[in-house]
Design a protein around this ligand. Structure first.
Ligand SMILES: [Zn+2]
Length: 431
């Protein structure tokens, strides 16, 4: 779209990639943590105690008042540094190409000493799910306010509990894949950074927790439903970061609705195509500033489905999703389920059928505009639903009397703003 000067107002950053060499001249007792890798490392740090794989390092004292630290970094679009004479510094290798570093004040060593183990798990999960981190170093630095992402490092306050420290490290760390390495335009598409980062964060946290849940994105869906109840505050996802009228609309759009963009895309095209696509997007577009349709195009290729209708409705409009089961009717040896589209946005539907003999069947009703069935065989694809029609009849090859329950999107991955009409027979308390 060409070059545009962009006044920084306060929300998001966007800049071209470059090669940095930064010299920082400081009183000689300061310890420095930064983007990039430190040159002449052994002149600054000396190995101390080792606890397992975690190497503690102390500053080499010199006979001078000041000294200059030089950091170099390639393929980054920003540089950040923190300094404190009192930093505790430890490091641990992730693999032969990557080292993780930690800088914090010893008041907080009890929680920070437990962080490296989780940071290593985070890097492993990100590598298998979203793509390999391409830089030689990553540093978690205590400093700044709550938590902020920078290339090859993050700064966070980290004065609370270990769970919070892990959550913020995972979130700010995951930013490196999106804001950092892909370098999408955060000013124009804040949801491609905060949303995709939040998606990765919840996927990784869920993978490393003791008792994983079915839908780690449930909170994002409920934020969306909350915003949908205030239609005057809704603005399309395509709004530029600084142009949202309210902070709340900005944050629910960028974080939650951006996160749902991916979670719901996986609902539409299935896990296998999605997993291939999200990795391919990272590998093909790293350091190249992708536009949203670069991701959509890859997901179309991996799934064999058209997805422009999804992108348009979810990103460029404020249309909302609501489907309901109106009526279930007995036919001759079959059952007719009358489903209605009550919302303004069209989506494929996953419908689960429970029979009294404990058999469970999964159906998928594609939309006409996706031009193809569900790519995986755990759902039976039905004839497509034209979005021009508000009604659809799902013919089930079972007798009415054998049916125990029918549910639209039982797993909760469709951003349906009214779930009270998704189940037949109506559950207690439903209208
Ligand atoms: Zn963030």
């Amino acid at each position: 779209m060409g070059w545009h000067p962009y006044p920084y107002v306060g929300r998001e950053f966007y800049a071209p990639f470059g090669k940095f060499e930064v010299n920082i001249d400081l009183p000689s007792d300061y310890k420095v943590a930064a983007t990039g890798t430190l040159q002449d490392y052994d002149n600054f740090w000396t190995a101390d105690a080792k606890e397992g794989e975690l190497q503690f390092e102390s500053l080499k004292e010199i006979d001078a008042d000041r000294r200059t630290w030089t950091f170099t970094a390639e393929n980054v679009h920003d540089f950040a540094w923190g300094a404190d004479p009192d930093y505790v510094h430890s490091s641990t290798p992730f693999d032969e190409e990557l080292d993780l570093h930690f800088f914090y004040l010893d008041d907080y060593e009890e929680t920070w000493e437990r962080l490296p183990k989780y940071a290593l798990q985070f890097f492993r999960e990100m590598k298998t799910r979203f793509g390999a981190y391409p830089y030689p170093q990553f540093s978690v630095i205590q400093g700044g306010d709550g938590g902020m992402e920078y290339p090859m490092c993050t700064m966070l306050k980290g004065t609370g509990k270990i769970s919070g420290l892990i959550g913020v490290t995972v979130h700010e760390g995951a930013h490196n894949w999106y804001y950092g390495i892909l370098g999408s335009n955060e000013a124009r598409y804040p949801w491609m950074d905060e949303g995709f980062t939040s998606f990765a964060e919840e996927e990784v946290i869920n993978a490393i927790r003791r008792d994983p849940v079915l839908n780690p994105h449930a909170r994002a869906y409920s934020n969306h439903t909350f915003l949908a109840s205030k239609p005057e505050q809704l603005e399309p996802l395509s709004t530029m970061a600084d142009r949202f009228e309210l902070n709340r609309t900005y944050s629910i759009n960028s974080y939650s609705r951006g996160q749902i963009f991916l979670a719901q895309l996986r609902y539409i095209i299935g896990e296998e195509a999605f997993n291939r696509g999200i990795q391919r997007f990272f590998n093909e577009w790293k350091f190249k500033h992708p536009e949203p349709w670069d991701l959509v195009r890859i997901m179309e290729r991996e799934s064999g489905l058209q997805l422009d209708w999804y992108y348009h409705q979810w990103v460029e409009t404020t249309k909302l999703i609501d489907y309901g089961i109106r009526e279930v009717e007995a036919g001759k040896n079959n059952t007719r389920v009358h489903i209605e589209r009550l919302g303004t946005m069209s989506m494929p539907l996953k419908v689960r059928l429970y029979l009294r003999n404990e058999v469970v069947m999964n159906y998928y009703i594609p939309t006409v505009e996706q031009y193809g069935p569900y790519p995986e065989n755990d759902h039976k694809s039905q004839s497509p639903w034209p979005w021009t029609h508000p009604d659809y009849i799902l013919n089930l090859p079972v007798e009415f009397k054998d049916i125990e329950k029918i549910v639209i999107d039982e797993d909760g991955f469709l951003a349906d703003i009214n779930r009270s009409n998704n189940t037949y027979p109506k559950e207690e308390g439903q209208e």
